[in-house]
Design a protein around this ligand. Sequence first.
Ligand SMILES: Nc1ncnc2c1ncn2[C@@H]1O[C@H](COP(=O)(O)OP(=O)(O)OP(=O)(O)O)[C@@H](O)[C@H]1O
Length: 321
Amino acid sequence: MIQVHELTKEFATATTGAGVMGAFRSLFSREAVRKVAVDHISFAIETGECVGYLGPNGAGKSTTIKMLAGILHPTSGDISVLGYHPGRERKQLAYQMGVVFGQRTQLWWDLPLRDSYEILRHMYHLDERRYRQFLEKVDHLLEIGQFLDTPVRKLSLGQRMRADLAAALIHDPPLLFLDEPTIGLDVVAKERIRRFLKELSQEQGKTILLTTHDMDDIAYLCHRVLVINHGKLVLDGSMETLRSRIGLPSVIRILFQGIPNVQPLAEAEKVETDGAKVTIYYDRQKVSPPTILNRVSAWGDWIDVEMAEPEIEEMIKRIYR
Ligand SMILES: Nc1ncnc2c1ncn2[C@@H]1O[C@H](COP(=O)(O)OP(=O)(O)OP(=O)(O)O)[C@@H](O)[C@H]1O
C-alpha cells in the first residue's frame, strides 16, 4: 500500500547575522543553512497494518507524513501511496486517504462543526445517504452529535480531536495518516480515541500510520513500529522485537494510600519513590506484572495501579546505548 525508498527532505533556511551589522549584511547576502529533516529512509506498509511512527521532537515524523500525503515534495527518493505519486497525484490520493494533525485543526475555526462537515461533504461529492451514514457512524462511535452545532473554536481539545478524526473519515478512506492524535489529551479522552482507532484498524481494516509520543498508544494499537531519530530510520519491527532488542522495560505506577514501606525488589530493574507514588521498571520477558504486584502488596494498601510503557526519550537512549 505504501512504499518509500531512500526518501529525503532537506530544508534550506536563511540565517541572519548577529547584531545590527549582521542584519544589515544579510539584506544583501543571506547564508542558507541546510537541514536534513528526513534522511534516506525506506520502508513498506501493507494494507490493513497499523504502524506506529516514533521518534523524539524534531526527528522528522511530521515531515515524512507531509511527504506521504503530498503536502511536501521530497528532495530525493521515491514514494508510492496506493499506487499514486503523492506530489503529482495529490488530488486522486486525497479521495483515498484521511489525515489528522493533532497540533492543528483542519476544520473551519469560526463555523459550527456541522458547517465544516457540509463543506467537506461537497468537496468529496458525498450524496445525502452516504453523508447521513457518516454522521450516524461518527455520532455512535465518537459522540459528535452533542456538539455538531458548536463553533470549532469553542470545542474542548478532546472534542476538537474527535471532530478532526471524524472529518478525516467523511469519505471513508482506506488509509489514515494520524500525526499525534492524542496529544495534550487527558487519560479519559486518550482512552476514547485509542478505542476508536482500534475499531478503525481491527473492525474496519483501515491502514494506519500513527505518530505519537505516547508509547501506550503504540502498545495498544500497533503491531509494528518504525523509529526515526535525526531523520534516519533506526528501527523497524514489532513491539516485542523492540522490547527484546533494546531491553525496553515496562513500567508499573502505583499510588499507595499512605507512604509505602518500600522493600528491595530483586525482580525489578529500578524502583522510584515519590511520596505515596512508586514507579517500578521491569522486564516483561523475565517477570509478569502479577508477580510484581504480589510482591508490592506487602508495602501497603494501594489506591491506583497503572501499567505503562516507558517514555520515548528513554527508548531512544537505549537504542543508542
Ligand atoms: N518548513 C520547515 N523549514 C525548515 N525546517 C523545518 C521545516 N519543517 C520542519 N523543519 C525541521 O525539520 C526537522 C524535523 O521536523 P518534524 O516536524 O518533521 O519533526 P517531528 O519528528 O514531527 O517533531 P515533533 O515530534 O516535535 O512534531 C526539525 O529540525 C524541524 O525544525
